[in-house]
Design a protein around this ligand. Structure first.
Ligand SMILES: Nc1ncnc2c1ncn2[C@@H]1O[C@H](COP(=O)(O)OP(=O)(O)OP(=O)(O)O)[C@@H](O)[C@H]1O
Ligand SMILES: [Mg+2]
Length: 372
């Protein structure tokens, strides 16, 4: 039996019962309520959701056009509204349809009732789906625009440094009496090189987003040791770790070998560790690499700002962030990229966190395909 919630606007109880029976015969499990005044109808609409309103045309204290107007200004304005009446004049019928009634059925010809309701339910469903699709589209466009603005900003920062350093070096080279020491030149070139690396890194991430969204993410698997890889990432992030003040406690029982994409897994570990540094408030960071037999597991725990329960799903989506943009820089794609990569390996990623206490991110990767 298909469930159907019907609000009858009808002054004759027997007539409502008749319609009820007709719907039951057609295989509906009907939940119904009967109202005959505007006040009762408004209360019923406010109280619970309905699938359809079946209204008599004229009642002692109420008419179908009044009921329709009330429905349209209620919290369920798009409910299908059908008139079921003993008789209805041509003029009233036209006026009702003009006012937005979906259809009218004459009580002596109830065979039309069920098909009319079914057609209206189908159309209501279509309207709902269209509205949802539109809302999703609008949300995607908003996210894209926001992303473009963040991305431009993120690219601009290293670019500005790079241009300033290069301009300084150029000035020095053009000025014959410049007394820029070799050390100063070297340190400026090092800054140029860091900015260029940062830019290349950002562009790589943008390309990776495109590869994933266009379904062209291909893994380049090889046997690798997760413990060794974590050590490498720690070395790469040495400077930012020292700047952050966070001490690292690493617990690993090497080797944990699986058949994984080295560059991709390295970027997952980098993303998680960068987050632990960025959001870790300088407190210690614990890292565990474990061999679970058929899977390898990496856990990264920080004791920083933490993540509200309500945000813990959302942050794995593209461009989603749970911190103010002004406070912490970032694209909002690190976790999304990580999830895509981990899932492409057949693994999973999860978070447990409490605001103000810190976060625990864990990934598990099946070792499948390890060469004998
Ligand atoms: N360890 C953490 N502690 C607290 N919040 C976190 C942590 N890791 C992630 N988050 C939250 O999840 C959001 C998404 O993280 P994600 O790494 O995807 O993006 P991001 O760090 O903002 O930018 P980027 O793309 O540059 O990494 C962050 O903006 C932050 O709100
Ligand atoms: Mg991040």
């Amino acid at each position: 039996m298909k469930p159907l919630r019907v609000l009858f606007v009808e002054d004759v109880a027997d007539d409502a019962t008749l319609l009820h029976l007709e719907l039951r015969r057609a295989g509906y499990a009907v939940t119904a309520e009967r109202v005959e005044t505007a006040q009762d109808m408004a209360a019923a609409l406010a109280r619970s959701p309905w699938d359809v309103v079946l209204s008599d045309y004229s009642m002692p204290r109420f008419t179908a056009p009044d009921a329709l107007a009330l429905l349209r200004s209620s919290s369920q304005p798009e409910l299908p509204f059908l008139i079921v009446s003993g008789s209805i004049g041509e003029e009233s019928a036209v006026a009702s349809l003009k006012a937005g009634a979906a259809d009218f059925v004459i009580k002596s010809n109830l065979a039309r009732l069920v098909p009319a309701i079914e057609r209206e339910l189908g159309e209501a469903q279509m309207r709902r789906e269209r509205r949802e699709a539109l809302a999703a589209l609008e949300q995607a466009i908003r996210a894209r625009d926001e992303f473009l603005s963040i991305a431009s900003h993120e690219l601009k920062t290293p670019l500005t440094t790079l241009r300033l350093q290069v301009a300084g070096l150029l000035r020095a080279a053009e000025n014959a009496r410049s007394n820029l020491s070799d050390d100063k030149v070297r340190s400026r070139l090092a800054a140029v090189s860091r900015s260029a690396d940062r830019l290349a890194d950002l562009v790589d991430r943008l390309l990776e987003i495109t590869r994933i969204t266009t379904g062209r993410l291909e893994l380049d698997r090889q046997d690798l040791d997760l413990c060794a890889l974590v050590h490498e990432v720690l070395t790469d992030l040495d400077t930012s770790l020292r700047e952050s003040g966070s001490a690292v406690m690493l617990q690993a029982d090497p080797p944990v070998i699986g058949h994984w994409d080295r560059q991709r897994i390295e970027s997952v570990v980098t993303n998680l560790l960068t987050n632990a540094i960025k959001y870790g408030e300088g407190k210690p960071i614990e890292i565990m690499v474990e061999d679970l037999g058929p899977r390898g597991r990496l856990v990264i725990i920080d004791h920083g700002i933490g993540i509200a329960e309500a945000d813990q799903r959302r942050i794995f989506e593209r461009f989603e962030r749970a911190v103010p943009e002004r406070h912490f820089g970032g694209f909002g794609i690190g976790l999304w990229l990580s999830r895509q990569i981990v899932e492409a390996h057949g693994g999973c990623i999860a978070v447990a966190s409490r605001p103000g206490e810190g976060s625990r991110f864990a990934i598990e990767l099946p070792k499948i395909g390890v060469a004998a």
